[in-house]
Design a protein around this ligand. Sequence first.
Ligand code: CA
Ligand code: CA
Length: 269
Amino acid sequence: MAWRGERGATSLTAPGYVETAASLGGGSIGIAPFDLHGESCLPPDGSVVEALPGLTATVRHYGPVTFTAAPMTVSRRPVGTTDPFLDVTNDFVFAATAGDANSVDVSKSASGAGFVAAFDYRIEPTANLRSAGVAGEPAVASYVYTITALIGCGVADLNGDGVVDGVDLAFLLNAWGPCAGCPEDLNGDGTVDGLDLAFLLNMFGPCAPCAAIMEDGSGGPAAQSSSVPWILQELGFESVARYVRWLNALTDNELAAHIRTVIKLIQSR
Ligand SMILES: [Ca+2]
Ligand SMILES: [Ca+2]
Protein backbone atom coordinates (compact mmCIF):
# COMPACT_ATOMS: atom_id res chain seq x y z
CA MET A 1 0.00 0.00 0.00
CA ALA A 2 2.89 2.35 -0.71
CA TRP A 3 0.70 4.54 -2.94
CA ARG A 4 -1.28 5.72 0.12
CA GLY A 5 1.88 7.06 1.62
CA GLU A 6 2.60 8.99 -1.57
CA ARG A 7 -0.87 10.48 -1.58
CA GLY A 8 -0.36 11.57 2.01
CA ALA A 9 2.89 13.28 1.05
CA THR A 10 1.02 15.56 -1.39
CA SER A 11 -1.77 16.36 1.04
CA LEU A 12 -3.33 19.85 0.73
CA THR A 13 -4.31 20.07 4.40
CA ALA A 14 -2.69 22.38 7.00
CA PRO A 15 -0.60 24.42 6.96
CA GLY A 16 -1.70 25.22 3.40
CA TYR A 17 -5.30 26.28 4.01
CA VAL A 18 -7.40 27.24 7.00
CA GLU A 19 -11.08 28.09 7.03
CA THR A 20 -12.04 31.57 8.15
CA ALA A 21 -15.45 33.18 8.61
CA ALA A 22 -17.30 34.11 5.43
CA SER A 23 -18.09 37.45 7.05
CA LEU A 24 -14.47 38.49 6.57
CA GLY A 25 -15.11 38.98 2.88
CA GLY A 26 -12.90 37.82 0.06
CA GLY A 27 -14.30 34.27 0.24
CA SER A 28 -14.49 31.84 3.12
CA ILE A 29 -11.02 30.34 2.78
CA GLY A 30 -7.94 32.09 4.11
CA ILE A 31 -4.45 31.22 2.94
CA ALA A 32 -1.82 30.85 5.66
CA PRO A 33 0.28 32.66 6.61
CA PHE A 34 -2.45 35.23 7.16
CA ASP A 35 -2.28 38.55 5.35
CA LEU A 36 -3.67 41.99 6.16
CA HIS A 37 -7.44 42.33 5.55
CA GLY A 38 -7.21 46.00 4.57
CA GLU A 39 -10.90 46.74 4.13
CA SER A 40 -11.95 45.40 7.53
CA CYS A 41 -9.30 47.32 9.44
CA LEU A 42 -10.58 50.34 11.34
CA PRO A 43 -9.77 52.79 9.88
CA PRO A 44 -9.61 50.86 6.59
CA ASP A 45 -6.17 50.56 4.97
CA GLY A 46 -5.31 53.76 3.07
CA SER A 47 -7.76 56.01 4.94
CA VAL A 48 -7.44 59.71 5.64
CA VAL A 49 -8.56 60.20 9.24
CA GLU A 50 -8.94 62.93 11.80
CA ALA A 51 -6.10 62.69 14.32
CA LEU A 52 -8.37 62.60 17.37
CA PRO A 53 -6.62 62.24 20.75
CA GLY A 54 -6.36 58.57 21.57
CA LEU A 55 -7.13 57.33 18.05
CA THR A 56 -6.69 53.55 17.89
CA ALA A 57 -6.02 51.67 14.65
CA THR A 58 -7.45 48.15 14.63
CA VAL A 59 -5.32 46.18 12.18
CA ARG A 60 -7.23 43.12 10.96
CA HIS A 61 -5.97 39.92 9.32
CA TYR A 62 -7.54 37.05 7.38
CA GLY A 63 -7.16 34.70 10.33
CA PRO A 64 -6.37 34.70 14.07
CA VAL A 65 -2.99 36.06 15.12
CA THR A 66 -0.87 35.79 18.23
CA PHE A 67 2.23 37.50 19.61
CA THR A 68 4.36 37.62 22.75
CA ALA A 69 6.59 40.59 21.82
CA ALA A 70 6.13 43.78 19.75
CA PRO A 71 4.06 42.52 16.76
CA MET A 72 4.45 45.57 14.55
CA THR A 73 6.52 48.61 13.74
CA VAL A 74 5.09 52.07 13.17
CA SER A 75 6.79 54.77 11.10
CA ARG A 76 5.69 58.14 9.75
CA ARG A 77 6.59 61.08 7.54
CA PRO A 78 5.02 64.54 7.07
CA VAL A 79 2.02 64.60 4.73
CA GLY A 80 2.78 65.78 1.23
CA THR A 81 6.52 65.03 1.41
CA THR A 82 8.76 62.28 0.09
CA ASP A 83 10.85 62.30 3.28
CA PRO A 84 12.00 58.90 4.59
CA PHE A 85 9.63 57.25 7.07
CA LEU A 86 11.02 57.52 10.60
CA ASP A 87 10.36 54.86 13.23
CA VAL A 88 7.92 55.91 15.98
CA THR A 89 7.06 52.45 17.30
CA ASN A 90 7.75 53.63 20.87
CA ASP A 91 4.83 56.09 20.58
CA PHE A 92 2.45 53.12 20.50
CA VAL A 93 1.33 50.03 22.42
CA PHE A 94 -0.06 46.87 20.82
CA ALA A 95 -2.84 44.71 22.24
CA ALA A 96 -5.05 41.86 21.05
CA THR A 97 -8.44 43.33 20.08
CA ALA A 98 -11.18 42.38 22.53
CA GLY A 99 -13.54 39.86 20.97
CA ASP A 100 -11.64 39.59 17.67
CA ALA A 101 -8.76 37.11 17.48
CA ASN A 102 -7.85 38.35 13.99
CA SER A 103 -6.99 41.91 15.02
CA VAL A 104 -4.38 43.93 16.87
CA ASP A 105 -5.15 47.35 18.38
CA VAL A 106 -2.44 49.98 17.86
CA SER A 107 -2.87 52.78 20.40
CA LYS A 108 -0.96 55.68 21.92
CA SER A 109 1.55 54.58 24.57
CA ALA A 110 1.57 56.24 28.00
CA SER A 111 4.45 58.54 27.14
CA GLY A 112 4.10 58.54 23.34
CA ALA A 113 2.35 60.95 21.02
CA GLY A 114 0.16 58.38 19.24
CA PHE A 115 -1.23 59.37 15.83
CA VAL A 116 -0.33 63.02 15.26
CA ALA A 117 -2.00 65.22 12.67
CA ALA A 118 -0.24 65.95 9.39
CA PHE A 119 1.64 62.65 9.10
CA ASP A 120 1.40 59.60 6.87
CA TYR A 121 1.70 56.44 9.00
CA ARG A 122 2.93 52.97 8.00
CA ILE A 123 2.31 49.93 10.17
CA GLU A 124 4.19 46.72 9.28
CA PRO A 125 4.28 43.32 11.02
CA THR A 126 7.40 41.99 12.72
CA ALA A 127 8.40 38.32 12.87
CA ASN A 128 6.72 38.24 16.32
CA LEU A 129 3.23 38.34 14.79
CA ARG A 130 2.26 34.72 14.10
CA SER A 131 -0.64 32.98 12.34
CA ALA A 132 -2.49 31.24 15.19
CA GLY A 133 -4.04 27.80 14.82
CA VAL A 134 -1.76 26.88 11.93
CA ALA A 135 0.89 24.18 12.26
CA GLY A 136 4.16 25.81 13.25
CA GLU A 137 2.48 29.22 13.72
CA PRO A 138 4.19 30.86 10.71
CA ALA A 139 4.80 34.61 10.80
CA VAL A 140 1.99 36.56 9.11
CA ALA A 141 2.53 37.68 5.52
CA SER A 142 4.54 40.85 4.93
CA TYR A 143 2.33 43.91 4.44
CA VAL A 144 2.17 47.68 4.85
CA TYR A 145 -0.96 49.23 6.39
CA THR A 146 -1.17 52.98 5.88
CA ILE A 147 -3.29 55.79 7.24
CA THR A 148 -2.95 59.55 6.93
CA ALA A 149 -3.75 61.58 10.06
CA LEU A 150 -5.01 65.10 9.41
CA ILE A 151 -6.25 68.12 11.31
CA GLY A 152 -9.89 67.82 12.36
CA CYS A 153 -12.72 70.35 12.29
CA GLY A 154 -12.37 71.17 15.95
CA VAL A 155 -8.74 72.22 15.51
CA ALA A 156 -9.27 74.28 12.35
CA ASP A 157 -12.38 76.06 13.67
CA LEU A 158 -10.29 78.67 15.47
CA ASN A 159 -13.15 80.84 16.75
CA GLY A 160 -15.27 77.83 17.72
CA ASP A 161 -18.44 78.84 15.85
CA GLY A 162 -18.92 75.41 14.24
CA VAL A 163 -17.74 76.32 10.77
CA VAL A 164 -14.29 76.63 9.20
CA ASP A 165 -14.47 79.76 7.05
CA GLY A 166 -12.86 83.08 6.17
CA VAL A 167 -12.90 84.22 9.78
CA ASP A 168 -10.71 81.29 10.80
CA LEU A 169 -8.46 82.01 7.83
CA ALA A 170 -8.10 85.59 9.09
CA PHE A 171 -7.05 84.31 12.51
CA LEU A 172 -4.52 82.03 10.87
CA LEU A 173 -3.05 84.76 8.66
CA ASN A 174 -2.89 87.11 11.65
CA ALA A 175 -0.63 84.63 13.44
CA TRP A 176 1.57 83.89 10.39
CA GLY A 177 5.17 82.97 11.15
CA PRO A 178 6.87 81.49 14.22
CA CYS A 179 4.14 80.93 16.79
CA ALA A 180 4.96 78.12 19.21
CA GLY A 181 1.96 76.87 21.16
CA CYS A 182 -0.61 79.15 19.49
CA PRO A 183 -3.88 77.56 18.28
CA GLU A 184 -3.34 78.86 14.74
CA ASP A 185 -0.35 76.50 14.47
CA LEU A 186 -2.72 73.68 13.54
CA ASN A 187 -0.12 70.93 13.20
CA GLY A 188 1.86 72.04 16.26
CA ASP A 189 5.24 72.38 14.55
CA GLY A 190 5.89 75.84 16.01
CA THR A 191 5.19 77.85 12.84
CA VAL A 192 2.04 79.09 11.14
CA ASP A 193 2.72 78.56 7.46
CA GLY A 194 1.47 77.04 4.23
CA LEU A 195 0.94 73.63 5.85
CA ASP A 196 -1.50 75.10 8.34
CA LEU A 197 -3.21 76.97 5.51
CA ALA A 198 -3.62 73.71 3.59
CA PHE A 199 -5.07 71.88 6.59
CA LEU A 200 -7.49 74.74 7.31
CA LEU A 201 -8.72 74.80 3.71
CA ASN A 202 -9.05 71.00 3.75
CA MET A 203 -11.56 71.36 6.60
CA PHE A 204 -13.37 74.31 4.98
CA GLY A 205 -17.09 74.29 5.68
CA PRO A 206 -19.43 73.32 8.53
CA CYS A 207 -17.85 71.19 11.25
CA ALA A 208 -20.96 69.28 12.28
CA PRO A 209 -21.00 66.72 9.41
CA CYS A 210 -17.34 65.97 10.02
CA ALA A 211 -17.94 65.37 13.71
CA ALA A 212 -20.90 63.11 12.90
CA ILE A 213 -18.80 61.07 10.51
CA MET A 214 -16.02 60.63 13.02
CA GLU A 215 -18.36 59.59 15.83
CA ASP A 216 -19.75 56.84 13.63
CA GLY A 217 -16.89 54.37 13.84
CA SER A 218 -17.54 52.24 10.76
CA GLY A 219 -16.81 53.69 7.36
CA GLY A 220 -16.53 57.27 8.57
CA PRO A 221 -12.85 57.80 7.86
CA ALA A 222 -13.15 56.40 4.35
CA ALA A 223 -16.18 58.57 3.66
CA GLN A 224 -14.30 61.64 4.79
CA SER A 225 -11.32 60.89 2.59
CA SER A 226 -13.46 60.95 -0.55
CA SER A 227 -14.82 64.46 -0.03
CA VAL A 228 -12.58 67.35 -0.99
CA PRO A 229 -13.89 70.78 0.13
CA TRP A 230 -15.14 73.11 -2.61
CA ILE A 231 -12.29 75.51 -2.06
CA LEU A 232 -9.61 72.92 -2.84
CA GLN A 233 -11.62 71.85 -5.89
CA GLU A 234 -11.84 75.49 -7.04
CA LEU A 235 -8.08 75.74 -6.66
CA GLY A 236 -7.72 72.64 -8.82
CA PHE A 237 -6.54 70.09 -6.25
CA GLU A 238 -8.11 66.67 -5.76
CA SER A 239 -6.42 66.05 -2.40
CA VAL A 240 -4.86 68.01 0.41
CA ALA A 241 -1.61 66.07 -0.03
CA ARG A 242 -1.23 67.41 -3.57
CA TYR A 243 -2.05 70.91 -2.37
CA VAL A 244 0.61 70.65 0.36
CA ARG A 245 3.22 69.52 -2.16
CA TRP A 246 2.34 72.44 -4.44
CA LEU A 247 2.41 74.95 -1.58
CA ASN A 248 5.80 73.69 -0.42
CA ALA A 249 7.31 74.63 -3.77
CA LEU A 250 6.13 78.29 -3.69
CA THR A 251 8.40 81.26 -2.93
CA ASP A 252 7.25 83.72 -0.23
CA ASN A 253 5.96 86.13 -2.90
CA GLU A 254 4.10 83.37 -4.72
CA LEU A 255 2.56 82.22 -1.46
CA ALA A 256 1.42 85.77 -0.64
CA ALA A 257 -0.19 86.04 -4.10
CA HIS A 258 -1.84 82.65 -3.61
CA ILE A 259 -3.32 83.71 -0.25
CA ARG A 260 -4.83 86.80 -1.95
CA THR A 261 -6.39 84.41 -4.50
CA VAL A 262 -7.80 82.25 -1.70
CA ILE A 263 -9.32 85.30 0.03
CA LYS A 264 -10.93 86.45 -3.24
CA LEU A 265 -12.37 82.97 -3.78
CA ILE A 266 -13.90 82.99 -0.30
CA GLN A 267 -15.32 86.50 -0.78
CA SER A 268 -16.86 85.51 -4.12
CA ARG A 269 -19.08 82.85 -2.50
CA1 CA B 1 -14.91 79.22 12.67
CA1 CA C 1 2.31 74.74 11.63
